[in-house]
Design a protein around this ligand. Structure first.
Ligand SMILES: NC(=O)c1ccc[n+]([C@@H]2O[C@H](COP(=O)([O-])OP(=O)(O)OC[C@H]3O[C@@H](n4cnc5c(N)ncnc54)[C@H](O)[C@@H]3O)[C@@H](O)[C@H]2O)c1
Length: 368
């Protein structure tokens, strides 16, 4: 993901209405081959395997940390202690307690911190947000959202840190995909009150890359059946986070149905927005969206299709704009509170699955 960020900064000039320059100055990675790749970036002055060397530089204002999940808390806290602002990757720490400590420290030190989740910056999710906020949907009946991968269906795919609880955390796939799924619902104020979770370990061994097999002990798939209170109605909200969803390659989707209308979007059809209407007959209206619904205008023409690098760049632009106080009414990155709320939900989901109960989600905001 570090390379994705570098690629966004390399074409920063494509942003039309953000007059704030950003240079990638320094990169830390333990892997020399990865570090060498960054020699392609002319603005980079420091390549190091020692992150403390990077944090010691006075000319660095913001650090983006994209590391295995077991390292998040330590590195996030060190970035904050070094006086830098932080763009954290998800999850916001390996578990709920780590997330609380990071948020608490960021609040205490007054650093600008946001968490990564780029899909909602696409024009489709932006329109979903607008449709819901317009009130045109009437009373909300149900919400379904998810993020689906499928490459893990291939049993010959070697194990890596993302498939081992020690490195990716007990929350498994929820830590990997859950923040993406919850970004829009939480931004809409839809904080679920209860959860019944179905967690699955489907493929439990994988090649270890050294000729043997290794245990894959993480949750592959999570289906969270939640309930959210919207205007005094308890509304079912189903959240899917799956590494083994046959046929789905990075499919992010959301559907919201109401008594007066509905709206649906999936990255599977990246430029298609579906809006449900009842006018005598009931029908789904399909609209082709171009680039122009992006929060930040770029040199790319309004009719062209956006993709992953585009929404990633939009997310970085939102981070910088908000940090500089010029976000305006544009969509912003996941806040520390939203990131923490996602952890309360994952934590309750683990408890629900263990005890096979409907679990109340107790959002506590202070460290005990
Ligand atoms: N926003 C997204 O869409 C998205 C997509 C994929 C991954 N991620 C997140 O990004 C983070 C990293 O995931 P990834 O896919 O880039 O992983 P990755 O394994 O491809 O890259 C991690 C990098 O960290 C380096 N590294 C490991 N330990 C280190 C240390 N102690 N010091 C310095 N460098 C170290 C590794 O050499 C490697 O290059 C995770 O939090 C993951 O959940 C986000």
């Amino acid at each position: 993901m570090g390379k994705e960020a570098a690629s966004s900064f390399a074409r920063w000039f494509a942003l039309n209405d953000l007059n704030i320059n950003v240079d990638l100055k320094a990169v830390c990675d333990l892997n020399q081959t990865v570090l060498d790749w960054y020699r392609n970036v002319p603005t980079v002055e420091l390549l190091t395997t020692d992150y403390l060397e990077l944090l010691a530089r006075p000319d660095i204002d913001v650090v983006y940390v994209a590391l295995p999940h077991n390292l998040h808390e330590k590195y996030y806290l060190d970035v904050l202690a070094a006086g830098k602002d932080l763009l954290a990757e998800k999850p916001f720490g390996i578990d709920l307690e780590a997330a609380r400590r990071v948020k608490d420290e960021a609040d205490k030190l007054g650093r600008f911190v946001r968490c990564s989740s780029e899909m909602p910056f696409l024009p489709g999710p932006q329109r979903v947000l607008k449709e819901v906020r317009s009130g045109r949907l009437g009373q909300i009946i149900e919400i379904k959202a998810g993020f689906l991968h499928s490459s893990d269906l291939d049993r010959s795919k070697p194990i890596n840190w993302k498939r081992q609880e020690e490195f990716c955390g007990e929350i498994g796939v929820m830590g990997d995909l859950g923040m993406h799924v919850l970004h829009l619902p939480l931004r809409l104020g839809w904080k679920p009150e209860r959860v019944y979770a179905q967690l699955q370990k489907i493929i439990t061994t994988r090649p270890d890359g050294k000729g043997g097999m290794a245990e894959c002990d993480t949750w592959n798939n999570a289906t969270l059946n939640t309930e959210v209170n919207i205007e005094d109605h308890l509304v079912p909200m189903t959240l899917e986070m799956k590494r083994i969803a046959p046929g789905e390659t990075n499919t992010w989707y959301i559907q919201v149905l109401g008594t007066e209308g509905g709206v649906r979007y999936s990255t599977k059809d990246i430029k298609t927005l579906w809006i449900f209407k009842t006018e005598g007959e009931q029908w789904w209206q399909r609209t082709d969206l171009g680039f122009k619904g992006m929060p930040f205008a770029t040199i790319t023409g309004g009719i062209f299709e956006p993709g992953f690098p585009d929404c990633f760049m939009q997310m970085l632009a939102a981070y910088i704009a908000e940090r500089e106080g010029v976000l305006g009414n544009r969509f912003g990155c996941v806040t520390p509170q939203e990131a923490l709320d996602s952890h309360y939900i994952f934590d309750a989901a683990i408890k629900s699955f263990k005890s096979q109960t409907l679990e109340m989600i107790d959002y506590k905001d202070v460290l005990v």
